[in-house]
Design a protein around this ligand. Structure first.
Ligand code: GLU
Length: 316
């Protein structure tokens, strides 16, 4: 029987990749490749203003430089293209059409939503302001403002078992409320696009950062409504700077443009493998040489803090 295991890289090219992005790609690649599965590369460039083409090109070049190749995607093609989300909007439109009985236009501005939410630091729960507008009210408001489109969510737990973190559940009505599928500027939301694409591309295993764990119930609800089979999910710990901060392109954390001038691919992969618990030391190693004894059990659940001095991280 053909091996149907399919994983993916789904980077957003809004800048050069940092070590957290690299670790995610390395682990997704190892997880699938060491079991003979296939890797798909999909460029998540929905927000084209934030994702100039030069970053997508650099990202692909960086992955290949690190020894992380893909079986389907830009440059290679394949039966599930196009592999740029910015070219797949007809599919997202079609999904919205399927969901039209569960969606409604929302005219709230960001400012209004901010002032209605409690200052608890978490993402605000949408209070349902526009949930019960009549068609006449919505038509009237559409004359002066373009609405976003929200999905009605149920007041019940959505459960799944994460391959790394174990059982997880969330009641969407309490955790986020009705969520946006298309923004008022017309851009499709990540939650919708990622579900449509992972399903259309036959992805069976999603490996991604633990910051997306709480997005998974929203995505599972979309799979349910669209009648699609979800993949299995494995969320991985985040990479933190020596001072405990999350890495970000904006904070000037070392990104591939700088890393490539200072280190070889094997040095970077060796450091990442050690950080993720795959090897006891940070000796340089090629990505392909990690396949033989790759084992998810070695990867911890807690976030991974870089040690000062490693790959240019200075003590702060
Ligand atoms: N495009 C997202 C990112 O780069 C990842 C989405 C996903 O893996 O589901 O953060």
């Amino acid at each position: 029987m053909a091996n149907t295991l399919r994983g993916r890289f789904a980077p957003s090219p809004s800048g050069r990749m940092h070590l957290g992005n690299l670790l995610c790609c390395l682990l997704s690649w190892l997880s699938v490749r060491c079991r003979g599965g296939q890797v798909v590369l999909r460029i998540e460039d929905l927000d084209t203003a934030r994702c100039p083409a030069r970053y997508a090109d650099a990202l692909m070049e960086d992955l290949l430089w690190l020894g992380l190749s893909w079986d389907e995607g830009p440059g290679i093609g394949g039966p599930h293209g196009p592999y740029f989300q910015s070219q797949r909007t007809a599919l997202y439109e079609a999904a919205l059409e399927t969901l039209k009985d569960q969606t409604y236009p929302c005219f709230c501005t960001r400012g209004e939503l901010r002032s209605a939410s409690a200052p608890h630091g978490r993402e605000a729960v949408y209070p349902g302001t526009c949930r019960n507008l009549t068609a006449a009210e919505a038509a009237l408001r559409s004359k002066t403002r373009r609405p976003s489109l929200r999905l009605r969510v149920p007041d019940r737990d959505i459960r799944f078992t994460d391959l790394h973190f174990g059982p997880y559940r969330e009641n969407l009505a309490r955790s986020c409320g009705d969520f946006v599928l298309r923004r008022s500027d017309g851009l499709f939301a990540y939650q919708l696009a990622v579900v449509v694409d992972d399903a259309a591309m036959g992805i069976t295993e999603v490996v991604r950062g633990a910051d997306l764990l709480s997005s998974t119930p929203r995505q599972l609800y979309l799979y349910e409504l669209l009648g699609l089979d979800p993949p299995r999910f494995r969320h991985i710990p985040l990479v933190l700077a020596p001072d405990g901060r999350r890495l970000s392109k904006r904070d000037g954390d070392l990104a591939m443009d700088v890393l490539r001038t200072r280190y070889s691919p094997e040095e970077i992969v060796g450091q990442l493998a050690c950080l993720a618990g795959l090897r006891p030391d940070a000796e340089p190693i090629a990505a392909a040489d990690l396949m033989e004894d790759f084992d998810w059990k070695k990867v911890p659940r807690q976030n991974l803090r870089l040690t000062a001095g490693v790959l240019g991280y200075e003590p702060s």
